[in-house]
Design a protein around this ligand. Structure first.
Ligand code: ADP
Ligand code: MG
Length: 434
């Protein structure tokens, strides 16, 4: 569908065409018409699908500039707020709409002046918005449109309590639109609490993971990765496990470390002769060997049934590789577990994986291997935020109290968020050791 065949004013269509926007993206086509009628919207689609215009177009079509804030867009980070702010300025300014961006980490003075100058549309990060709301510089009295953009990232960053507060303060009569790349339970709850019969649009994820695969992301210290993996092997006791590494060298080293723990293990990489590879594979297939350590190349196309576990010892190079790797388990509707070790600097890769598969994966940490933990804590694996509680994923893990605010911004309040798994008692892992 084209923008000029939607029920939009000529002025807005002209601006859109000037900016090179003619044909709608699917989320725009699905969301703009009902949004123009005032319906609340929940839109789920990956990055780059055109979510920004999906909310800006219906707002800018109806906004009559008046110098009081009528539209508020909440974004998780300063970068995202600036991007949305830029788009709002480009489309809005020719229509006479004054907009600006409010974010933490900069001086309050300048942004205060901007607000006092009279804005119609404000884009901002939660902490700083709350500062201005509390100090009276930003009034939500005239808000007609409230947008939560990248809602799942707000959850990741611990902003949910702030967002909740903003939603409570805005007039009930407003229209609410929520956009997100994934829809974890805490975000769904937020939508249920504050939205009125929203239209729900979900773009098909590009890839779906078989439902039988339980996924976990384990946060570990770089220097303790092999210890963490070996502890996981002791806890999980896989009947047949594939362990993926990124290099051939790591493959052999890791295999010999695991072997010292008493597991039957083979490694497989491209420097093994064809005959040896065949032998290793056959032993793994027959169950004489429980664990196969392999690189992506060696693991590609392995057609072996009954793999109970896939461990990503090293993060895959791409999200697609992740899906290929974990697809080795959970075959033929059998249950499988896919456990990925990651270090703090690999967070971004996790987000990309989640976006590709269209779902959130529970995070976990494990006692002494947790990069954030104080040393010498008992070895009890714990689930971190974003967990799918009660879905079996957390079978032998308890909820962690150790949640950090990875967020930037001025939001120190976020520690009080009720959506953070912070209160549960720490239970010992039930998994047997051997
Ligand atoms: P998302 O918020 O879903 O990640 P954006 O709204 O940031 O996506 O849009 C991604 C890119 O696609 C931007 O560069 C934007 O200008 C462009 N874009 C959005 N909608 C259209 C459209 N209808 N036609 C052409 N380009 C578009
Ligand atoms: Mg966006």
């Amino acid at each position: 569908m084209r923008f000029d065949s939607m029920e939009l004013g000529e002025a807005l269509i002209r601006v859109l065409v000037q900016l090179g926007y003619e044909e709608c993206t699917p989320i725009q086509e699905a969301c703009i018409p009902p949004a123009l009628k005032g319906q609340d919207i929940v839109g789920v689609a990956r990055t780059g699908s055109g979510k920004t215009l999906a909310f800006l177009v219906p707002i800018l079509e109806r906004l009559r500039p008046g110098g009081e804030v009528q539209a508020l867009v909440v974004c998780p980070t300063r970068e995202l707020a600036l991007q949305v702010g830029e788009e709002a300025r480009k489309v809005g300014r020719p229509l006479g709409v004054k907009s600006d961006v409010i974010y933490g980490g900069t001086s309050l003075g300048h942004q205060r002046q901007t607000l006092l100058g009279g804005l119609d549309l404000v884009v901002g990060t939660p902490g700083r918005l709350i500062d201005f709301i509390d100090s009276g510089y930003l009034s939500l009295r005239r808000i007609r449109w409230l947008v939560l953009d990248e809602a799942d990232r707000m959850l990741d960053m611990g902003f949910i309590a702030d967002v909740d507060r903003i939603m409570r303060k805005a007039p009930m009569s407003r229209q609410t639109m929520l956009f997100s790349a994934t829809l974890p339970p805490a975000i769904l709850n937020l939508a249920r609490r504050y939205m009125f019969h929203p239209l729900e649009f979900r773009a098909e994820p590009r890839v779906t993971v078989p439902p039988g695969i339980v996924q976990l992301f384990y946060r570990v210290m770089e220097s303790r990765k092999s210890d963490a993996l070996r502890e996981l092997l002791r806890i999980e006791r896989p009947s047949k496990a594939l362990v993926f590494t990124s290099t051939r060298k790591a493959t052999a080293e890791l295999a010999s470390q695991i072997r010292r723990d008493g597991f039957e293990v083979h490694s497989m990489s491209s420097d093994l002769s064809q005959a040896n590879r065949e032998r290793a594979l056959q032993a793994f297939r027959d169950g004489r060997v429980t664990i196969l350590v392999a690189t992506d190349v060696a693991g590609r196309g392995l057609d072996i049934d009954n793999i109970s576990h896939v461990f990503n010892y090293d993060m895959p190079l791409s999200s697609e590789d992740y899906v290929h790797r974990i697809g080795r388990t959970g075959r033929l509707e059998k249950a499988g577990r896919a456990i990925t070790l990651y270090t703090p600097r690999e967070e971004q890769a996790l987000a990309e994986i989640e976006e590709l598969i269209g779902q959130k994966v529970p995070r976990a940490t494990m006692g002494e291997f947790d990069p954030d933990a104080a040393p010498a804590r008992p070895l009890a694996p714990t689930i971190r935020r974003g967990s799918q509680r009660g879905r079996g994923a957390g079978r032998q893990y308890s909820h962690a109290g150790s949640d950090r605010s990875s967020g930037s911004s001025s939001s120190s309040r976020s520690g009080a968020s009720q959506d953070r798994p912070g209160s549960g008692p720490r239970r010992r892992a039930r998994g047997k050791r051997r």
